[in-house]
Design a protein around this ligand. Structure first.
Ligand code: HEM
Length: 436
């Protein structure tokens, strides 16, 4: 496999005209034996399937009042839960925000996939969903092992030899698949047309457009794949937002000053339309996604017949290539002092500098297979970031050296923090912690 860090080559490989096929790595992402969009290899099959979900995930369909309302509802539930936890702690105690943000992402995606009245209440209820999400974290940690040693993964010998959450990693995806099947049965029983807009309803009503592609099993696989993709990537983005806010109190103050000027809705937070246009917030979120992309960059494609040229280099047909998101995001030409977290780089530079950064910035992938859920992800990330800045002071909960170690990202498809936790000290605004 060849890793790519060149923007021209990235455009050639992932761009719409070429759209190279995905490698067999994606066989790991079959659901119920079917290939959802993400696991579809050939470009032609992919085009057909993606067309059916595209209109559902377009920006105006996602960033609309119905979706915003349930994300805000979940934000209020999350902050209520955080406040209840804080009441039982001393002011200098840290709390592990990873599960909390994971529940937020899960509750949101379930509303989008099954309809608002079929969403989960993981934030406020101690439930099976929480257990499955915990196990899925282990599945992410063990992901590289699964991809690199597929024959050994799950074998009797591996079960005897391996510990540290391995058993959870083995059963997690099966548990999520069972949960999804039960949920879809419930939705069908109650009448999916009465639950508001949902991906499930959208795909069921699209069957007349393409009955062949849309068997009931295929639809279930698409919903399951989106459920898993969204719960993991969005919660990873959210914890790194909070982690970076904690490490950069000056940015907490700047964001607060920007957001505090905006008019508030009934729930006490500004509207997404107002938040979305805020330059400091945009710069901050971009910088978090640059240094902490939620998927580390095994986006494997197979070079098609004839091979490809890039400058003096020729890559022959059938070679597997993958852009490295990390390498792109550390391009020193586009991002001078690339290791430094500096949202200012997104503000006030020249048009050429901004363009160079955008060309090297691909947290959601690039081209015909760019993340279909990115507008939904952005909506949640911006609403939660704004809410956090308006409501809390954040500080890291451990010594910085310890935190840097546990927050290092794994090299998996889902680049979770190796410590599988993020301990922060949160103080509601107006109440300072003991240390001030
Ligand atoms: C911060 C959050 C997210 C990040 C960083 C992210 C990242 C990515 C990346 C890099 C890809 C391209 C993978 C490749 O080319 O191999 C991708 C594809 C995909 N993502 Fe996301 N994603 C996020 C959120 C979501 C959400 C919320 C959903 C569902 C609602 C979703 C569903 C998908 C699907 C279905 C694909 C496959 C698209 C295709 O092959 O046409 N993602 N995502």
């Amino acid at each position: 496999m060849i890793g790519i860090a060149d923007t021209e080559l990235m455009r050639e490989i992932y761009g719409i005209p070429n759209n190279f096929a995905k490698s067999s790595l994606y066989d790991h992402f079959l659901c119920y034996g079917e290939r959802p969009i993400f696991a579809t290899l050939a470009a032609s099959d992919h085009r057909r399937k993606r067309r059916l979900s595209t209109s559902f995930y377009q920006k105006p369909s996602i960033q609309n009042p119905e979706v915003e309302a349930f994300v805000r509802d979940r934000l209020s539930a999350l902050f209520k839960q955080i406040n209840a936890t804080l009441e039982c702690c001393c002011p200098q105690d840290s709390i592990n925000i990873y599960p909390l943000f994971n529940w937020f992402a899960f509750d949101n995606i379930t509303r989008l996939l099954y309809g608002t009245s079929h969403g989960s209440y993981t934030i406020e209820r101690d439930c099976w969903e929480r257990e499955i999400l915990l196990k899925l974290k282990q599945a992410s940690i063990w992901g590289p092992f699964r991809f690199n040693f597929p024959k050994f993964f799950g074998s009797r010998l591996s079960k005897t030899l391996l510990r540290n959450g391995y058993a959870d990693a083995l059963s997690a995806l099966g548990d999520l698949a069972s949960w999804n099947s039960i949920k879809l049965d419930q939705v069908c029983e109650h009448g999916y047309s009465e639950t508001g807009r949902s991906l499930f309803q959208h795909l069921l009503t699209s069957t007349d457009k393409d009955p062949e592609a849309l068997s009931q099993r295929y639809i279930s696989s698409e919903v399951l794949d989106n459920l898993n993709a969204a719960q993991e990537t969005v919660s990873v983005a959210l914890i790194y937002v909070a982690y970076r806010l904690s490490r950069h109190p000056d940015w907490q103050d700047r964001l607060f000053a920007e957001l505090a000027k905006l008019p508030r809705e009934d729930d006490g937070y500004p509207s997404f339309a107002d938040i979305d246009g805020m330059p400091l917030l945009e710069a901050f979120v971009n910088e978090v996604l640059r240094l902490h992309p939620g998927t580390s960059g095994r986006h494997e494609r197979i070079v098609h017949q004839g091979g490809i040229h890039c400058g003096d280099v020729f890559i022959p047909a059938d070679v597997i290539v993958s852009v490295s998101t990390i390498a792109l995001h550390h391009n020193e030409f586009a991002f001078p002092s690339a290791d430094v977290f500096d949202p200012n780089r997104w503000l006030g530079g020249s048009y050429e500098e901004y363009r160079a950064m955008c060309r090297c910035f691909a947290p959601f992938g690039y081209g015909s297979r760019i993340c279909i859920g990115r507008f939904f992800a952005e909506l949640q990330i911006k609403i939660l970031t704004a809410g956090l800045c308006l409501k809390y002071h954040l500080r890291i909960g451990h010594d910085l050296i310890v935190m840097e170690k546990t927050m290092r990202q794994t090299g998996t498809m889902d680049a979770v923090p190796v410590g599988l936790r993020c301990d922060l000290i949160l103080a509601p605004k107006g109440i300072r912690t003991l240390e001030g």
